[in-house]
Design a protein around this ligand. Structure first.
Ligand code: BGC
Length: 723
């Protein structure tokens, strides 16, 4: 590959090299301007064009009419499916099932490639602790380890066995880096992050992406501690290339090169282009500062031609690896139909496993269809194909979607009477106009299933919220329905964790289904009627109140951590109480110190019992590993799946360490009465962290370890790392 790149590079003019570094947005069809630019070798990549005939024509011009016949690479945001939509990435993370996530990405790649797309801008692997941020929907959540596993699975799925296979899609690890820390959960805002937090929390998923062979990286929009990511040489060169040995190419985000001016970092477009290339950004997305300035910058010696060569070579290498020189065109005969039954099955499996059972009072779930007579389905999310697909669904086929109402109607056909009322025209509506009809049908039925949440547009890029309660008048409607004293089940579809403490009081059972995608309906019906058990676990902490944010499980201890005995609720504080009497620990007087639901949480229809933790050794050296065994038994009456999670704590460090860190998990299926011994292997190197000098170290000392069904896991063991 190196030889082919070198040979081609030697033939290229400076202008042709710069052309490879330019990505332009498709405009629907091939305009004369685009045709000329491609012919003149001024376009390395096109994004957001999915008409296959247009794409093949763009490619034909590149291959046959440009001087060197270099193919164009076509990019598109295939974030959670192409036309067959998977759950949003946050929902996929809730499956804790990397094999399923890999399969989903593979399916998306096949559909995307069949439409002429070569490259997806996914996975998004920004660790985030802020559910106000709309892009949490696109992320695998708050934890660096889970995010790493999910991201790697997506990359493997997108890229397939060999990048050169006709159905492989080049992946893109984004947004490098720290974007998930946008201040106040407001998109595009500055990021103030310590080097330690960056190294230990934000960067590990990106390192895992390099290890998984990701072809490309995208920079973040963010200003990180004063340096915008697109001008950040330390991140894009020192860390990514020098430390991690990344060999693919780096693309900017949309206009993020020209935005260096808006940030107040570069004074002109020319300076923005210089800063970005100097920082290691090989390709510019959308804005055209490279096209118009790099030649002059090179001639003036402000950018060396060697730098331009390096950027161009990085891009060409990926094009060669993708096989674009050998099979530049797309012919649908090489691909299965999009949305075929196998693809829909994968989407349904993913949706089913993404659903988290948060609450199930009196075991009202699963409902037995044979015992139902009159069922009310209520809510704006019950029968809305568009909304269940979630954010980033450019290409998603609404017509293929199966809604919960459709699926439940099918299940109950000939068994029970079904009544449906939206209650609210959409999730944001504050109008009570539809309440009477909803209450009327609820009153007639013994069971009420409600579908509430957030429309797709309320999460995703730039769609942040300061209040993350159920929007509109949904809580009011729920409150009224709850007064009727029926058996109630609430299914929430949303792009983020919502603050649902009060909401939960209005219902007997609560399922969190995220935005579940094309097959959300049948997946939800399966869970409601017990054809499949709920098996999702939260990939992110659910706060009780928005004021607790950021709240996450792997916080550090502080010198005065709260305990149940060490804090007082605001209502219990006597007037004029002495300042110290409420307990001088770390909590909020009005909501305490605990979340509503912890990271890793999710109920099942059965019960699981964890035995004692056994270790292969109690002391290991820094180059050794330890085996951890635990017996897991299904002690309930139904088959179910459990995700056993392994957490550790490094008791004392040269910098303080989190109270818990996820280091492994296993999702297994057990029949009633069945016991399985789970084995985890932990290498001492898995316990490494970046110290105050930014060195990756494994420090000898004492470690706690827990295994259990969520981040409060209580089966404990202790071991030491010795010199
Ligand atoms: C987003 C990226 C996306 C790009 C191209 C930007 O606004 O931040 O994540 O890949 O647009 O659509």
């Amino acid at each position: 590959m190196g030889e082919r790149v070198k040979k081609l590079l030697a033939k290229m003019t400076l202008a042709e090299k710069i052309g490879q570094m330019c990505q332009v947005a498709g405009t629907g069809g091939i305009s004369q301007g685009l045709r000329n630019a491609v012919r003149e070798g001024k376009v390395g990549s096109v994004l957001n064009e999915t008409d296959m005939a247009t794409l093949n024509e763009i490619q034909r011009v590149a291959m046959e009419e440009s001087r060197l016949g270099i193919p164009v690479i076509i990019g598109r945001d295939i974030i959670h499916g192409f036309q067959t939509m998977l759950p949003i990435p946050l929902g996929q993370a809730a499956t804790w099932n990397p094999d399923l996530i890999r399969k989903g990405a593979r399916m998306a790649a096949v559909e995307g490639r069949s439409a002429g797309v070569h490259w997806t801008f996914a996975p998004m692997i920004d660790v985030t602790r802020d559910p106000r941020w709309g892009r949490i929907a696109e992320s695998p959540g708050e934890d660096p380890y889970l995010t790493s596993v999910v991201g790697a699975a997506m990359i493997e799925g997108f890229q397939g066995k060999n990048l050169s296979d006709r159905d492989s899609l080049a992946a893109c690890a984004k947004h490098f880096a720290g974007y998930g820390y946008s201040e106040a959960g407001k998109d595009y805002a500055y990021v103030n992050i310590s080097e330690s937090e960056l190294r230990n929390i934000a960067l590990p998923p990106f390192k895992a992406a390099v290890d998984a062979g990701v072809a490309t990286f995208m920079t973040a929009f963010s200003d990180i501690n004063g340096v915008p990511a697109t001008g950040h040489a330390y991140l894009n060169r020192t860390v990514l290339r020098e430390e991690w040995g990344f060999k693919g190419f780096v693309v900017s985000d949309w206009d993020s090169v020209i935005q260096l001016i808006t940030h107040g970092y570069s004074e002109s477009e020319k300076e923005a282009a210089r800063a970005s290339v100097a920082a290691g950004v090989d390709m510019e997305m959308a804005s055209q500062t490279y096209l118009y300035n790099l030649a002059a910058l090179t001639e003036e010696g402000k950018i060396s031609e060697a730098m331009i060569d390096e950027c161009t070579a990085n891009i060409l290498r990926v094009k060669f690896e993708l096989g674009l020189f050998d099979h530049p065109y797309t012919d649908p005969v090489h691909f299965p139909e999009k949305g075929n039954p196998e693809h829909l099955d994968i989407a349904e499996d993913a949706a089913r496993e993404s659903i988290v059972l948060l609450k199930n009072d009196y075991n009202v779930l699963p409902l037995n269809p044979d015992n139902l007579q009159n069922v009310a389905i209520i809510g704006p999310m019950a029968d809305d194909a568009h909304e269940q697909m979630g954010t980033w669904t450019f290409d998603g086929k609404e017509a293929w979607c199966r809604t919960p109402l459709q699926a439940i109607r099918e299940r109950l056909k000939g068994k029970a009477n079904l009544h449906f009322a939206k209650g609210l025209s959409n999730s944001r509506s504050r109008s009570h106009e539809g309440f009477a009809e909803a209450l009327d049908i609820a009153a007639k039925c013994e069971t009420v299933i409600m579908f509430m949440g957030e429309e797709a547009i309320l999460s995703g890029e730039a769609h942040c919220r300061a209040d993350i309660n159920l929007p509109g008048a949904q809580n009011e409607l729920l409150a009224k329905i709850s007064k009727l004293g029926k058996t109630t089940v609430l299914v929430i579809m949303a792009g983020r964790p919502l603050t649902i403490e009060q909401t939960g009081h209005y219902t007997n059972a609560m399922l969190y289904a995220w935005h579940p995608g094309t097959m959300g309906g049948p997946a939800i019906a399966d869970i409601i009627f017990g054809d499949a058990p709920p098996s999702g676990k939260l990939p992110v902490t659910f706060p009780k109140h928005v004021g607790q944010i950021p709240i996450y499980y792997n916080q550090r201890m502080s010198g005065k951590p709260a305990t149940h005995d060490s804090f007082t609720y605001i209502d219990n504080i006597p007037q004029r109480a002495p300042q110290t009497s409420v307990g001088n620990t770390s909590f909020h007087m009005d909501v305490g110190f605990e979340p509503l639901y912890p990271f890793g949480y999710g109920l099942s229809y059965t019960r699981f019992h964890y035995g004692d933790v056994r270790l292969s050794a109690h002391e290991i050296k820094a180059d050794e590993s330890i085996e951890i065994y635990i017996d897991l038994t299904n002690t309930g009456e139904r088959r179910g799946a459990e995700t056993a999670q392994l957490y550790i704590r490094d008791r004392f460090g040269s910098i303080t360490r989190p109270v818990r860190e996820l280091k492994g998990f296993k999702k297994i299926w057990l029949d009633p009465g069945q016991t399985e011994t789970l084995t985890f292997t932990l290498h001492a190197d898995d316990l490494a962290f970046y110290n105050a000098e930014n060195k990756r170290v494994v420090e000898p000392g004492d470690f706690d370890l827990w295994v259990g069904g969520d981040s409060r896991a209580d089966r404990h063991a202790h071991f030491k790392i010795i010199e």
